[in-house]
Design a protein around this ligand. Structure first.
Ligand code: AMP
Ligand code: MG
Length: 522
């Protein structure tokens, strides 16, 4: 572990229990977001979590941060990552909660903010910088009616899913660890408190920009946009309009992200603008879900009664959210125009950039779908073939993950390898008709079955975080057995590999899984 020479600001958390024989996290520093100043954040220590213990720990995230993985076994680890040592930190380097606003379920919600998240600082390692944030660290000035806590159940889900997404190759915030405590927390029923340590280059959301726009703080809006450009998109500075170029980056990365979600059957559940990352990362895991049986109208969030965030709605919701972002950035656009024209031309520019969502999303999804069904070449009718597959999957509620995974076993010559995928369809005749068309299409491909299967298995995961798998790990963790959390995290670290000893984790969900409900309560 190294000191970071180029990062300004004091190092924090240096003294205390983390300075153990196994090493210290001596590369934690003030970050560049914190340097934006008090308009953006409030500093405060975390509320202590009594007698915390480690529930889950991701050694590869520790490695990414330059931490010695042996730290997790040291006595101070759970204390540190529950925020318990922060009350001893100097007041000017305390953790902070940031302020943002947002549209929730399509309605302007006004000021929100980190109601239970505290950023500890920034770590630099191997030329990369990451912010470390405790989710569930206690009340902040932005907690509104909330208690500032996160429960064990939702913290385990966030930990498992952010790591699963990363290993699927989908942009996401990461999770270093989950700590738990016996401290009771009231939700629908009594649960216990936990903290997830989230890791991300940035936690800036669309809602941060909306906040300063709504409050008519153009100066702060500009500082925030400059921060994001300087830190993440320096090439925007060369553009005619750097802020418009920033919007364009958000449009493109968001379009790519949603194409990736759709291609693995992932639903976010609460795509409010305060849960949209300016970097196009998956952020704020609440009532998310990987679909089992495919239903285009699937709503993973029990609290989403209108189905605003249903699977098939997610692309257009992302587009809608980008409009909100564009609106927030609007005062910064068009500085090169003369005053009389500026307003109108800035709007036109923004609209043009937003249109780019459509031209990015459709081909991004098409490319992924083509790879998923194992087509190397492009031919007319490919779209219709893929759409038809989705149509019969929907009609049969065929398992999303298994359909694509098992499709790789199908032979281009005959029906000898059809069974594993065919058996997922109640309407066998519908599947057979589609398989005939598919085989006809495959006859135009030069790849043999083995090479096609190999390529398909690298894009169609065998293991995803199905709700029932998370639930089993959660139930055991509630009884203080954390082995299943780690076992499952380990399986999900290799989602494309055959792992014969974990075949059961790739199977259809058990009957009890259909009664699982995931809501906003977390
Ligand atoms: P979400 O939609 O879950 O991302 O949360 C929306 C807003 O509510 C964010 O500003 C959160 O920080 C805040 N929030 C959610 N749960 C709590 C809680 N238990 N205590 C304080 N704030 C919360
Ligand atoms: Mg949120």
């Amino acid at each position: 572990m190294s000191f970071s020479p180029c990062n300004e600001g004091p190092s924090v958390g240096l003294s205390g229990p983390m300075s153990t024989a196994a090493g210290t996290i001596d590369n934690l520093r003030e970050g560049s977001f914190a340097a934006l100043g008090t308009v953006f954040l409030t500093r405060l220590p975390a509320a202590p979590l009594p007698a915390p213990y480690v529930v889950g720990f991701a050694p590869d995230v520790a490695d990414m941060l330059g931490f010695d993985p042996a730290l997790a076994g040291t006595p101070g680890f759970a204390e540190f990552f529950s925020g318990n040592t922060t009350r001893d930190w100097p007041s000017d380097s305390l953790p902070y909660a940031s302020v943002y606003s947002g549209h929730q379920f399509g309605v302007w919600a006004g000021q929100l903010g980190d109601g239970r998240a505290l950023t500890l600082g920034e770590v630099e390692h191997a030329g990369e910088r990451f912010e470390l944030q405790l989710k569930g660290g206690g009340r902040t000035p932005y907690s509104r009616m909330g208690d500032g806590r996160a429960v064990l159940r939702s913290s385990i889900r966030e930990y498992l899913c952010s790591e699963a997404m990363h290993h699927l190759g989908i942009p996401t915030t990461r999770a270093l660890c989950v700590t738990g405590s016996d401290q009771p927390v009231r939700r629908e029923e009594m649960e216990t408190a936990a903290v997830v340590t989230r890791v991300s280059p940035s936690f800036v959301r669309f809602g941060h920009f909306e906040h300063f726009y709504a409050n008519d703080r153009v100066d702060a809006l500009r500082s925030l946009a400059d921060h994001v450009i300087d830190r993440f998109y320096p090439s925007c500075r060369q553009a005619e309009d750097p802020y418009l170029a920033l919007l364009n980056e958000a449009v493109l990365s968001t379009a790519d992200l949603i194409a990736q979600w759709q291609s693995v059957g992932f639903c976010h559940g609460v795509m409010n603008t305060d849960n949209m990352s300016i970097l196009g990362l998956t952020i704020d895991y609440g009532p998310f879900g990987f679909m089992d049986g495919f239903d285009a109208n699937h709503i993973c969030n029990h609290s989403d009664s209108q189905g605003r965030y249903a699977y098939r709605m997610q692309p257009q919701i992302a587009y809608w959210n980008l409009f909100c972002l564009a609106q927030g950035l609007l005062p910064l656009f068009g500085e090169r125009y003369d005053e009389a024209q500026r307003g109108e031309r800035a709007v036109q520019d923004a609209q043009r950039v937003l249109e780019g969502f459509k031209t990015r999303f459709a081909p991004a999804l098409e490319t992924r779908m083509r790879a998923k069904v194992g087509l190397e070449t492009e031919r007319e009718g490919d779209d219709a073939l893929v759409n038809k597959l989705f149509e019969i999957m929907h009609a049969n509620r065929a398992d999303f993950t298994l359909t694509f995974r098992n499709l790789s076993k199908l032979s281009k010559h005959d029906a000898s390898g059809d069974a594993p995928v065919r058996d997922l369809f109640l309407d066998r005749a519908a599947f057979d008709a589609w398989a005939n068309d598919y085989r006809a299409r495959l006859s135009h491909e030069t790849r043999d079955d083995a090479a096609r299967a190999d390529a398909m298995n690298r894009v169609n995961p065998k293991y995803v975080l199905r709700n029932h798998l998370a639930e089993t790990a959660i139930q055991k963790a509630k009884e203080k057995d954390f082995s299943e959390v780690e076992r499952l995290a380990g399986v999900l670290r290799h989602p494309f590999d055959e792992q014969p000893e974990y075949e059961a984790y790739a199977g259809l969900p058990p009957d009890w899984a259909s009664s699982l409900e995931v809501s906003c309560s977390s």
